[in-house]
Design a protein around this ligand. Structure first.
Ligand SMILES: NC(=O)C1=CN([C@@H]2O[C@H](COP(=O)(O)OP(=O)(O)OC[C@H]3O[C@@H](n4cnc5c(N)ncnc54)[C@H](OP(=O)(O)O)[C@@H]3O)[C@@H](O)[C@H]2O)[C@@H](O)CC1
Ligand SMILES: [K+]
Length: 483
């Protein structure tokens, strides 16, 4: 699904005007859609309280107020700053709205109020003024329902961040397409339910100015997930090798391996050190086992050219061995997770250089902590959104980066990115990351390009968790994977 950034809103606006669609016409559709949503969702409201700002977001608010009055509702209008709106369209909308205007400071919340937030939208440039923050506090502590126009005031539409205060909306009526900041945290939480209204912007304009970031969705990888050919065999359908840690840390590799098998990898092998052979053998049936202690053993393993895909990291331990193994695997497809990521904290460029040439074949799966070890400058750069951090990292590392969290972002070196939105909070459980690594390996082994494999893995991870419901453990999660 298309996403847009706030900058694009103004560009689309002026392109519309150039192609003969006046901005005021769009504002009218937008404002009326807000009014319709308010009447539909809160028919019992005693009063609709419209808070308006100085720009076109406020303009939408005046249109909504006018439409609500025409529908017979009681409306009160409160304006953030004194004086006229700052745009021609908003001035016209204000002039056509018969509702008396009061100062924002004068608003006293009453039971039965439904608040319509039309203060700031795509044009927010800095933290909210103190008078608006005071008003938000009043609204929020009165527990009133809030409908946000386009985006909840205070949320940055590009980063999802909140500079100084923001409303918590129950419903956001947004226009044309969702904004990136409504998918990233905490913006997603502040948006409440999201309703996207087609206000008549031509699709060609929307596509021209849409972001290269989209919502993660099966459409990203569907063309690679066809049925198996009749003459398929286990090697052609994805041979995957997962490296195990020592005897007491071998569970993580088994979780990854079991998830991969469940997700359709044809042949899954655990490569374990001698000390972990027995414990792995005791816990596995369909998964093969192979003894790999050191670089010599690994070199022997790699002589088998059918083995093209590997997972290194879960439970593996941080250190030289992880680093040496990763570099030895640089001509193969590799999912690098957990400890193996941290192992490159002192010399990340060794990893990035090793995978620099040829097709993208490395998937990195850091959470925020691991990310900051490999990319400390990007992690510290507050100007970047989570999407931008992942995009810069992917470019630098010549890898697909899965930057994990409740709003996981997947980015590739070419600048493509998706935001995943199907993960329930229950996924934050021990071993969940190992299952995700296994899913990545499974799709990579089945010849999905790295970006598609990563997107599919993250989505199926969330999908399985949703179906598993409450009381989630990593073992249980695996049983709910359906590909
Ligand atoms: N196709 C379209 O484009 C359509 C767009 N539509 C609507 O337009 C909205 C975008 O409108 P917009 O660009 O006028 O921006 P908006 O959010 O109203 O604010 C700008 C004003 O606020 C000010 N300001 C900003 N931050 C501030 C702060 N923290 N504290 C104080 N002031 C601050 C800023 O001042 P400045 O930064 O310039 O000094 C400027 O005066 C969009 O979200 C949608 O609702 C619809 O009508 C349908 C068609
Ligand atoms: K708003």
């Amino acid at each position: 699904m298309l996403l847009i950034e706030p900058d694009a809103v103004a560009k689309i606006d002026s392109a519309c005007i150039t192609s003969g669609i006046p901005g005021f016409a769009l504002m009218n559709v937008a404002g009326r859609a807000v009014s319709a949503a308010a009447l539909r969702d809160y028919p019992g409201a005693l009063r609709y309280v419209v808070l308006v700002g100085p720009g076109n977001n406020g303009g939408d608010g005046y249109v909504a107020a006018k439409a609500l009055i025409e529908a017979g509702a009681t409306v009160a209008l409160f304006r953030l700053f004194d004086g006229q709106p700052t745009t021609d369209d908003a001035k016209r909308a204000a002039a056509e709205c018969a509702c008396p205007v009061q100062k924002l400071e004068e608003y006293v919340p009453m039971k039965g109020d439904v608040v319509i937030d039309a203060v700031f939208g795509a044009g927010l440039t800095r933290g909210l003024p103190a008078s608006l923050i005071a008003c938000i506090d009043k609204v929020q502590s009165a527990g009133l329902p809030v409908i946000a126009v386009d985006i909840a005031s205070g949320v940055c539409g590009r980063t999802g961040r909140i500079l100084a205060g923001a409303l918590h909306a129950d419903l956001t009526v947004t226009f044309m397409a969702p904004k990136i900041g409504q998918m990233l945290l905490p913006g997603r939480i502040h948006s409440g339910r999201l309703e996207v209204i087609d206000i008549g912007t031509p699709l060609r304009l929307l596509e021209r100015f849409a972001s290269s970031t989209g919502i993660n969705h099966p459409a990203v990888w569907q063309i690679y997930s066809g049925p198996r050919a009749a003459d398929t065999h286990k090697y052609s359908h994805g041979a995957l090798t997962v490296f195990s840690g020592g005897a007491s840390q071998s569970g993580a590799a088994r979780l990854a391996a079991a998830a991969a098998l469940r997700a359709g990898a044809g042949l899954v092998t655990i490569a374990a050190p001698t000390e972990a052979m027995a414990v792995n053998a005791n816990h596995m049936t369909a998964i093969m086992l192979r003894e790999v202690d050191d670089q010599n053993d690994l070199a022997q393993l790699l002589e088998d050219k059918r083995l093209q895909t590997f997972i290194l990291g879960p439970g593996f331990g941080v250190g030289d061995k992880a680093r040496d193994f990763a570099l030895a695997l640089a001509t193969r497809r590799l999912v690098l997770d957990a400890d193996a990521i941290t192992s490159f904290r002192d010399r990340p460029e060794d990893l990035f250089d090793a995978f620099a040439l040829g097709e993208t074949r490395l998937i990195l799966t850091p959470h925020d902590g691991e990310f900051s070890r490999l990319f400390p400058d990007l992690a510290a750069n507050q100007a970047l959104s989570k999407v931008e951090r992942a995009q810069h990292a992917a470019r630098r590392a010549h890898a697909v980066v899965i930057l994990k969290g409740a709003d996981t972002v997947i980015a590739d070196p070419a600048g493509r990115a998706t935001i995943n939105i199907n993960a329930p909070p229950s996924l934050a459980t021990a071993g969940s990351g190992d299952v995700l690594a296994g899913l990545c390996g499974a799709f990579l082994a089945q010849n999905y390009p790295a970006f598609a494999a990563a997107c599919a893995a993250v989505w199926h991870h969330g999908d399985a968790a949703q179906r598993a419901g409450a009381g989630l453990t990593a073992e249980r999660l695996i049983n709910f994977i359906e590909t």
